[in-house]
Design a protein around this ligand. Structure first.
Ligand SMILES: Nc1ncnc2c1ncn2[C@@H]1O[C@H](COP(=O)(O)OP(=O)(O)O)[C@@H](O)[C@H]1O
Ligand SMILES: [Mg+2]
Length: 219
C-alpha cells in the first residue's frame, strides 16, 4: 500500500506526518519511507544526511528506528526539473517492493515528484493547519486532485480541534494532531516525536493521535 503525504504549502506538517506515521505503523508492519523532497526533510528528521551521489528513486534505503528510509539525494532535484512522470512513477513503485506500507514525503509544490507520488498512491493524505493560508492552499490542492481524478483525506495538524472545509475531492476527518513543542525537540535529536514521547513518558497524546490517524488510513 502506498500512502502519499501531500500539500503544496510548506510548513504544514508533511514531513512530521510522514516520519511519525511511519514510526507508529512500523510497530506492526514492514514500513518504507520514501523521501521525495530534494530538501530531505524526512531524511534529516531521522538523523540521516542527504546523499551526495545521484541515485534512481527508491534505489537505496537504510533501516533507522525500525523504518526503511529511502533517503533523499542530490538526484531528486534533477528529477523534479527534468524527470518524466512515467519514469518517476515506475521508480517509486519499485521501492514499494517487500514493504507492507510505503509512505511518501513530498516537496512543497505540485511538480513532477509530487504529481507522480499522487498518481501511484492508494491513499493520499493532506495535513492542514488551521491558518487562513493553509486553508486556501488546500482548495488549490483539491482542484489539482480533481484534475488527476484522485481523492485525498485531510486531517488537522498543530491544533487542539479539528477543522473542516467542504471540498469535492478532499474528505476532512475529525482527527487532529495537537500542537506540541516535542516536535521541534525531536527533529533536533533526529528521532520521530512519537518515539521521543514513548521513551520519555510511555505512549501519550502524540502517539495516540498518530495511532488514530494510522488506523483511519489503513482500515
Ligand atoms: N503538531 C505540531 N505541533 C508543533 N509543531 C509542529 C507540529 N507539526 C509540525 N510542527 C513543526 O512545524 C515545522 C514544519 O513541519 P514540517 O513537517 O517540516 O512541514 P512540511 O514538511 O509540510 O514543510 C517543523 O519545525 C515541525 O517540527
Ligand atoms: Mg517537508
Amino acid at each position: 500500500m502506498i500512502i502519499t503525504v501531500i500539500n503544496q504549502k510548506g510548513g504544514v506538517g508533511k514531513t512530521t506526518t510522514s516520519v511519525n506515521l511511519a514510526y507508529v505503523l512500523s510497530k506492526s508492519k514492514k514500513v518504507g519511507l520514501l523521501d521525495l523532497d530534494p530538501e530531505g526533510g524526512s531524511t534529516i528528521s531521522l538523523g540521516i544526511r542527504k546523499a551526495e551521489q545521484e541515485l534512481p528513486i527508491g534505489a537505496n534505503f537504510i533501516n533507522i528506528h525500525g523504518i526503511d528510509l529511502f533517503y533523499a539525494h542530490v538526484g531528486l532535484l534533477n528529477k523534479e526539473m527534468n524527470g518524466e512522470i512515467d519514469e518517476v512513477t515506475k521508480e517509486i513503485k519499485s521501492s514499494e517492493n517487500n514493504h507492507d506500507v510505503l509512505i511518501i514525503d513530498t516537496p512543497p509544490n505540485l511538480g513532477t515528484l509530487s504529481v507522480s507520488a499522487m498518481l501511484v498512491a492508494d491513499k493520499v493524505i493532506a495535513p492542514v493547519t488551521p491558518l487562513f493560508l493553509s486553508i486556501e492552499a488546500v482548495k488549490n490542492l483539491g482542484s489539482r486532485l480533481q484534475s488527476l481524478e484522485k481523492r485525498a483525506i485531510a486531517f488537522t495538524n498543530a491544533s487542539n480541534k479539528p477543522i473542516k472545509v467542504d471540498l469535492q475531492s478532499i474528505s476532512f476527518i475529525d482527527t487532529y494532531i495537537p500542537n506540541s513543542k516535542i516536535f521541534q525537540e525531536a527533529v533536533r535529536l533526529g528521532i520521530p516525536a512519537t518515539k521521543y514521547e514513548e521513551v520519555k513518558s510511555k505512549k501519550g497524546k502524540i502517539w495516540s493521535s498518530y495511532d488514530k490517524l494510522s488506523k483511519y488510513i489503513i482500515e
